[in-house]
Write a protein that binds this ligand. Structure first.
Ligand code: SF4
Ligand code: SF4
Length: 395
């Protein structure tokens, strides 16, 4: 990166979601980057893009914590900005004002709007925007408030992810695609690296002005919705999603080389895609030196000392028999049909309200698992994987 400035990422210790502590930490993290006016013009229209997903209560660790959204909203309000909180929920949940109202309330964003003067978005319109410079995607349908904003601030949640291994700053922006456009894009970009390329094209199109990441409590295991909370005690901020995600992955012990968005960013030579291009400032928490998070059960990669035998490499190529499939537990099913609606390739059909999987069609994107409100979908390794794990201890 000769002759180029380093991408600055700030990381500030924050031990809990105590209101004062979070607000102080968010202000410190942004001040360490030069202050909010480095990124946002006073009096402008600012979209806060949290991770709303299914609008679950904050303690589930699925959504961006409302205290973090609240702190960013206050900082923008102090700058005289008009603040709009918007996201299109995970596919399978229709992008309607009634659903948004329910999800905002569950995630704690209604109170944020009330306390800070921010607006909650109920405009479910969208426009298709062309992106000739996109390497994989040349146009995107984007929700109206994201297009109408002067600035976008991505307020993401650091989580593991069954399909993309990690979800943070760059992937958060996928939420600006309205409703069922998400599964359509999953169907179009079935390979994780192609999906990552599409995500990077979308980031290039919308160019968020600032990234703030909630990593006070991250999700480990089978994220982004069925993992378990883990205290990491950090708030991060930066101008580059790639650099921010690099730092978050290092902090969480997630091998960056196995994260499709980071791997693809590196192949594209994006700033902040290698650690030498990043300058870390702030006062990182002790957790940075701690043990890494538990990775998703679908992880097959080579990180953290895992040995990759020739046998394992062969099995990777035979993904159809090796990669875990979703498995359905009818006893827990609430018959909501969301899984069948979100499935990008029509691999699920409902019989008397209970989903049935056509394995030959399943592309193992795990969207159904992500969206199930009842936890009735589990990701199970197939018999071949279980056998190999037993013999080799490679998991
Ligand atoms: S059934 Fe397969 S392809 Fe369909 S959403 Fe689930 S994991 Fe994805
Ligand atoms: S498996 Fe989950 S998402 Fe699918 S119908 Fe049952 S409760 Fe709904």
């Amino acid at each position: 990166m000769a002759g180029r400035e380093k991408e600055v990422v700030s990381c500030v210790a924050c031990g809990s979601y105590n209101r004062e502590e979070v607000e102080t930490a968010v202000r410190k993290a942004i001040d360490a980057l030069g202050g909010i006016t480095t990124f946002i013009s006073p009096g402008s229209r600012v979209l806060l893009k949290p991770n709303l997903l299914q609008g679950l209560p904050p303690e589930r660790c699925v959504t961006t914590h409302p205290e973090v959204v609240r702190a960013v909203s206050l900082i923008c309000r102090d700058l005289g900005c008009r603040v709009i909180i918007a996201d299109s929920p995970g596919g399978g949940i229709r992008y309607t004002p009634a659903n948004l109202r329910r999800l905002y309330a569950a995630a704690g964003y209604e109170a944020v709007a009330r306390d800070t003067g921010a607006e909650l978005n109920y405009d479910t319109g969208y426009r298709t925007v062309s992106h000739p410079a996109g390497l994989l995607a040349k146009s995107f349908p984007v929700i109206a408030p994201a297009l109408d904003a002067d600035h976008i601030i991505v307020v993401s949640k650091a989580k593991t992810h069954l399909w993309t291994l990690y979800s943070g700053g760059a992937k958060n922006l996928f939420g600006v695609l309205p409703g069922l456009e998400k599964p359509l894009h999953h169907a179009r970009f079935q390979d994780p690296d192609h999906f990552a390329g599409m995500i990077l094209d979308l980031n290039d199109l919308l160019r968020p002005s600032l990234q703030v990441m909630d990593a006070v409590m991250v999700m480990e295991g089978d994220g982004p919705s069925s993992g378990t909370p883990r205290l990491v005690e950090a708030l991060l901020a930066g101008g580059s999603a790639t650099a921010l995600d690099q730092v978050a992955c290092k902090m969480m012990g997630i091998p960056a080389a196995d994260v499709p968005t980071l791997r693809t960013a590196r192949e594209r030579g994006l700033p902040g895609s290698i650690p030498d291009q990043i300058s870390l400032v702030g006062n990182p928490p002790k957790a940075l030196q701690g043990q890494g998070v538990r990775l998703p059960s679908t992880y097959q990669g080579s990180g953290r000392g895992m040995q990759r035998s020739m046998l394992l490499s062969l099995l990777h190529r035979l993904g159809g028999v090796y990669t875990p499939y979703p498995s359905f537990q009818p006893d827990h099913c609430q018959h909501c049909g969301r899984c069948a609606r979100i499935c990008p390739v029509g691999a699920l059909t409902l019989h008397e309200g209970v989903p049935e999987l056509m394995r030959e069609n399943c592309i193992r994107c795990y969207c159904c698992h992500e969206i199930c409100p009842a936890g009735s979908i589990v990701i199970r390794p197939g018999p071949v994987r279980r056998l190999i794990a037993k013999i080799s201890g490679l998991s």
